[in-house]
Design a protein around this ligand. Sequence first.
Ligand code: HAM
Length: 425
Amino acid sequence: MSVKIPRGTQDILPGTVEKWQYVEAIAKKVCQNYQYQEIRTPIFEHTELFQRSVGDTTDIVQKEMYTFNDRGERSLTLRPEGTAAVVRSFVENKMFGQPNQPVKLFYNGPMFRYERPQSGRFRQFVQFGVEAIGSEDPAIDAEVLALVMDIYQEAGLKQIELVVNSLGDAESRTAHREALVNHFEPRIGEFCQDCQSRLKKNPLRILDCKKDREHELMSSAPSILDFLNDYSRTYFEKVQKYLTDLNIPFTVDPTLVRGLDYYNHTAFEVMSKAEGFGAITTLCGGGRYNGLVSQMGGPDVPGIGFAFSIERLLSAIEAEGVQLPIEQQLDCYLVSLGDEAKDYTVKLLHQLRKAGIGAERDYQDRKMKAQLKSADRLNARFVAILGEDELNAGKINVKDMESGEQEEVLLDQFIETLKTKMGAK
Ligand code: HAM
């Protein structure tokens, strides 16, 4: 029996990988415009990193991590998300000491969660994420939101919605937490085991429960927005003002709590409203994490960021019917006839490539007609035909596949002629 790909993972084959490259390039370009720099962190980290940052009571840490002991009996975990590692690296590399603050970073790489696979939900997925660490200015919250909306706009998405909320600061959260306990406690027996243990440890997590979503106490739960202190309320109002100034439409949803523990103040998600996108409508999630850097052993430095998976971005693109301008074109296909000409194209092909011209030839000893078919399949801009006669005369036949024009050129001027023709297109 042949070995199959693990559940929840996928091969990204040629033909599809170009779409990935295209949207990843857009995201990188937008990040560069906003002055964010790339960071690459390891695929696995010490398990403790995620327990301490993402939070012990979250689904990610309790149920979804790929955790294993290495041969030295250290507990390691395949990263389920990127923020924890970026913050670890920020502290470890003392980036808080850099002259330019906030430190603005982006990343793009595989993440791993043991979730039930379904449309838009994988066990290995690629997150593109951004973190701005070192500023508690509502303008940077607005910048991060503008950045992600720009990426989606550049990718051609129209049917998307930005949803924001504030989770407040520590004081606001303590007040809200107390109200949540009072709200749920009398009927906590009607909730799942997880929620029962969350009640005292972290009642906010109850609002994020997938099993008890429909319980009537959920919709009537006290809203964090009623518990924001002056600082938190003013902060949130400023973020909204800036978004309005930037003409970025948004809605406020007081029930948006996010599935990770490190958030405070601004929390947000971008949803797809496209029909056929699937049951999971979240494209992107993020928010502010002011206590995380100090919790990870660094100074008390605030941060904000987001992440989205390329998988969900591409399904939104498909659901909206956006045509990505991906056209594969080959500069020149070398057709050869006869043994001597075939031998000659080995060198000629190499010279073309060294001259920066995308080139290909036949390796299956095929007849002229089949070689021309290959050139066609590869969308060759020029086809150059070399037979024994041409070779003896020191010439090669060049055909412009767009105009249909055909020209015999001297072999030793072939590459220069082709370059000129390519420049003229
Ligand atoms: P998250 O909400 O857990 O946040 O994930 C962010 C995004 O990753 C989701 O909106 C979705 O696009 C994608 N995603 C998550 N799980 C899966 C999955 N199983 N399959 C496909 N895509 C998935 C975070 O991870 C935070 N670190 C975001 C952040 C950055 N907050 C601040 N900075």
